[in-house]
Design a protein around this ligand. Structure first.
Ligand code: RTP
Ligand code: MG
Length: 140
């Protein structure tokens, strides 16, 4: 089933000039980029985006990292886009990520872990709305 997911290339991978390499992996896997914007998140935006983790011990570190530099935000569309993107990303902790995944190849640590991807249909819809509202994604 064709679906959409929200992806973020985090500040570490943007700083390392890996946007193109990561986009190539999405496209080679059959995921189409149907909306994209580069932005430097405010603290409020990052806190709201990761609100589900607000009670966790790593929340402040996570927010500080996400606002440490610009991020590239995109909507990916394709068959099983949510799962496919999570498979391309690899495990949250790059030390545990399978060889050949984005996090195994580009991430430094569990905080600076290169990419975000929606984890379910409902979060994907909410996250796409959060960044793109009704317009940003190219209409077709
Ligand atoms: P993401 O939301 O960024 O795609 O990552 P994820 O689903 O693989 O992991 P999640 O559990 O949603 O956690 C969000 C981000 O919080 C940081 N984290 N740190 N120190 C820790 O134990 C810990 N656990 C999670 C990671 O940067 C993770 O991407
Ligand atoms: Mg997550």
């Amino acid at each position: 089933m064709a679906e959409r997911t929200l992806s973020i290339i985090k500040p570490d991978a943007v700083a390392k000039n890996k946007i193109g390499e990561i986009y190539r992996r999405f496209e080679d896997a059959g995921l189409q980029i149907v909306g994209a914007r580069m932005m430097h998140l405010s603290r409020e935006q990052a806190e709201q985006f990761y609100a589900v983790h607000s009670e966790r011990g790593f929340f402040n570190e996570l927010v500080s990292f996400m606002i440490s530099g610009p991020v590239m935000v995109q909507v990916l569309e394709g068959e099983n886009a949510i799962t496919k993107n999570r498979d391309l990303m690899g495990a949250t902790n790059p030390a545990e990520a399978e060889a050949g995944t984005i996090r195994a190849d580009f991430a430094e640590s569990i905080d600076a872990n290169a990419v975000h991807g929606s984890d379910a249909a409902e979060t994907a819809a909410n996250e796409i709305e959060f960044f793109f509202g009704d317009d940003g994604v190219c209409p077709r």
